[in-house]
Design a protein around this ligand. Structure first.
Ligand code: IVH
Length: 675
């Protein structure tokens, strides 16, 4: 290192430290301290020094997180202390029995304090630190010998390469879980689908698979995270007295500790924690398969000791499984509003992720081929988070002899029109348009929905019934309905019939944007409808617009532009619009000359938190009327953030990016200026 000038060395060391601190704030604390652009600038500075002086590179340099040369195999590592597993409790009684055993063994009836931790569903790791430097990372293996995955572990940003803070043990074996958040898992599988690669069944397999890559660059490309939950070997002058104290020491040295960890005073509070976490399970951004309860006092832990391969002082309370096996009884094909044909799996009902599931989506024909699924097969159903249940895998070993291939229909199952698939699109569609009963039903449901014409009381079942009974054939027929026609329908009382007629009449007064959205033009969602209304002012001008004119508008790309032009070229659509206007559907055209009166034109606003003075929808409408775009996430392009009570990560991000923030009261006063 003699050839490295002193000032460069100092600059380099400062950069390593600063970048590692930024990394820690971003990946461990979820609280970024500098904008991404500043981080990138410093990283480039560091890399240019490393380019000029390769000898300067230290193992804890953030540049070393991108992965290195591929290995030919993993070597083995013996854990200093064995990695244990946990006993399970599947219900509250088993949990009570666990505590009874503890109290018997301790010969005491005193309340026991516990630490409650989410049981993250990933892969266990052991990390060895000597004098604060990461020496190796190993898988659990058989509990006493694991595989050396150091090069892979180094790429994970929430794994500290060097510990910081005080009282760092001379030897520290940290135990924790490496996991893939659901967003990362979905992105990984979406990319695998596109490239025709095999998808992962669940985030746990994806995390374990990512850790067992011989090429650490692959691991580096996966958004893995690590939370620490205990220690193995621990050589230090001072040892905490509680597990809670140990976790906070780990946090202080730079590890991520799950933010839902809680210390509670007795076993009753453990059950309460279970109830609370079970309610939140669906909305967590990662998979958990239960809760781990650990006796908080390390002295009590020592007295309780171990049995076989599990500690006596801890237990895992399991949640209902998110994966189950069941049988595929049939595949039906549903037709959506745009004619998209979706295969739906009918399943032998099975309890998974806390609910009974009897249907799962199969998405499209490619998915059926990819899974290679046949009717009669045993399949693994996965239901995690609030997403629709999926078939994750076929259990080929269990395929019965009479299994039948799934045949994608050539004709629409509802109207018998030909099914077509555009090149490059995964979705097959019925070509029947509004001749297809299924498409008519979906079009009417969409037309009546809240963000469209907002017809109160016109639910999906009623729409289906009215189309099946030939009471209506299109959206325009809604305005011809009367109480007499409605009461002839099954289970339609006079009172609800007249309420519905009132609601239909009330829907006639609308806005251009809502009407456009209600028409159900492909790819024209609420935001695009708004933009079109704002830029053209009237339906006549939109109907006359060419693809080129449409393309001049923000947010309108070539595909949407083509759909819009096609829609207004279709005489059936034009006559429906005319019929609706004849029936009295009306809105105010937008005076384009008053567009200068849109003082917020070109600005992007973000609303966050729980608004209390006005509803979020009202706030959005008002902002759009003033010309602003309302976005759902904060970025460098955001002009202004309105942070209502309870605002969280968006507010933090706005502060990091130095974006103007106002509270709800300030926002209301701000709007008042324009009234
Ligand atoms: S404690 C003696 N705590 O669950 C300590 N384990 O069989 C043993 N796991 O694969 C583990 N979250 O990786 C503990 N907060 C947590 C955990 C946890 C997930 C995993 C662990 C192992 C399995 C336990």
């Amino acid at each position: 290192m003699s050839s490295i000038p002193e000032n460069i060395l100092r600059q380099y060391q400062d950069l390593v430290e600063e970048l590692n601190n930024h990394n820690h704030s971003y990946y461990v604390l979820d609280d970024p301290t500098v904008p991404d652009i500043e981080y990138d600038r410093q990283l480039r500075e560091l890399q240019s020094i490393e380019g000029l002086y390769p000898d300067i590179i230290t193992l804890d340099s953030p540049s070393q997180r991108v992965g290195g040369a591929a290995l030919s195999s993993f070597s083995q590592i013996k854990h200093a202390l064995p990695m244990l597993s946990l006993d399970n409790a599947f219900n509250n009684t088993e949990l009570q029995e666990f505590e009874r055993r503890l109290k018997d063994r301790l010969n005491s009836n005193d309340d026991i304090e516990y630490v409650c931790e989410p049981k993250l569903d990933g892969a266990a790791v052991s990390l060895l630190y000597k004098d604060g430097a990461l020496i190796y990372g190993a898988t659990r293996g058989d509990g006493s010998v694991g595989e050396d995955i150091t090069t892979n572990v180094r790429t994970i940003r929430s794994v500290p390469l060097k510990l910081h803070g005080d009282n760092i043990p001379s030897t520290l074996e940290v135990r924790g879980e490496i996991y893939l958040p659901l967003s990362g898992f979905d992105a990984l599988n979406a990319a695998a689908l596109l490239s025709g690669d095999k998808t992962f069944v669940n985030p746990r397999n994806a995390a374990a698979g990512s850790l067992r890559q011989l090429d650490s660059k692959v691991t580096a490309s996966r958004p893995l995270e690590m939370c620490a939950y205990s220690v193995g070997q621990y050589l230090a002058d001072r040892v905490p007295e509680t597990h809670e104290g140990m976790l906070s020491a780990l946090r202080g040295w730079g590890f991520k500790i799950n933010d839902l960890v809680e210390t509670v005073k007795d076993i009753a509070a453990c059950e309460n924690y279970y109830q609370r976490l079970a309610e939140r399970r669906e909305s967590l951004p990662y998979d958990i398969d239960g809760i781990v309860y650990k006796v908080n006092s390390l002295q009590l832990q020592e007295r309780l000791g171990f049995v076989a391969k599990a500690p006596r002082w801890a237990i895992a309370r399991k949640f209902p499984a998110q994966e189950e096996m069941t049988q595929l009884i049939d595949v039906e094909f549903q037709v959506g509003r745009t004619g998209a044909i979706t295969p739906v799996a009918r399943l032998e009902p099975v309890f998974v992720g806390g609910v009974t599931v009897s249907n799962a989506t199969l998405h499209n024909g490619d998915e059926i081929n990819r899974l290679g699924v046949q009717i009669g097969d045993t399949v693994i159903i996965r239901r995690a988070g609030d997403v629709i249940p999926q078939i994750a895998k076929v259990v080929l070993d269990r395929r019965p002899e009479n299994a039948l291939p799934v045949v994608f229909p050539e004709r629409c199952p509802v109207c018998q029109s030909m099914v077509r698939r555009t090149d490059g699109e995964a979705v097959a569609r019925c070509s029947g348009g509004l001749f297809c009963g299924a498409q008519i039903k979906e079009a009417i449901k969409h037309f009546a929905s809240r963000k469209a014409m907002d017809i109160d009381g016109l639910g999906d079942r009623l729409v289906e019934l009215m189309v099946d009974e030939s009471v209506i054939f299109s959206v325009a027929d809604l305005y011809d309905l009367n109480v007499d026609k409605l009461v002839k329908l099954e289970r339609m009382a006079e009172k609800s019939a007249s309420n519905l007629i009132v609601a239909i009449a009330a829907s006639k007064k609308t806005t251009l944007a809502k009407f456009l959205y209600a028409l159900g033009i492909r790819e024209v969602g609420e935001a695009t409808a708004h933009t079109l209304a704002k830029n053209f002012g009237s339906i006549e001008l939109i109907a006359k617009a060419s693809v080129d004119e449409l393309l001049e508008i923000d947010d309108v790309g070539p595909i949407v532009a083509r759909y819009i032009v096609n829609f207004f070229q279709n005489p059936d659509n034009l006559s429906i619009i005319q019929a609706l206007r004849d029936a009295g559907v009306e809105w105010e055209d937008i005076d384009l000359s008053s567009l200068e009166a849109q003082p917020l034109k070109g600005q992007t606003w973000v609303l966050t938190g729980g608004m209390e003075i006005m509803s979020r929808a009202e706030a959005k409408d008002e902002l759009q009327a003033l010309g602003a775009k309302v976005a759902s996430s904060v970025s460098a392009k955001t002009t202004q953030v309105v942070a209502a009570p309870g605002a969280g990560s968006k507010l933090t991000k706005a502060k990091t990016l130095d974006i103007a923030v106002m509270d709800e009261q300030q926002f209301v006063s701000f709007l008042a200026n324009y009234k």
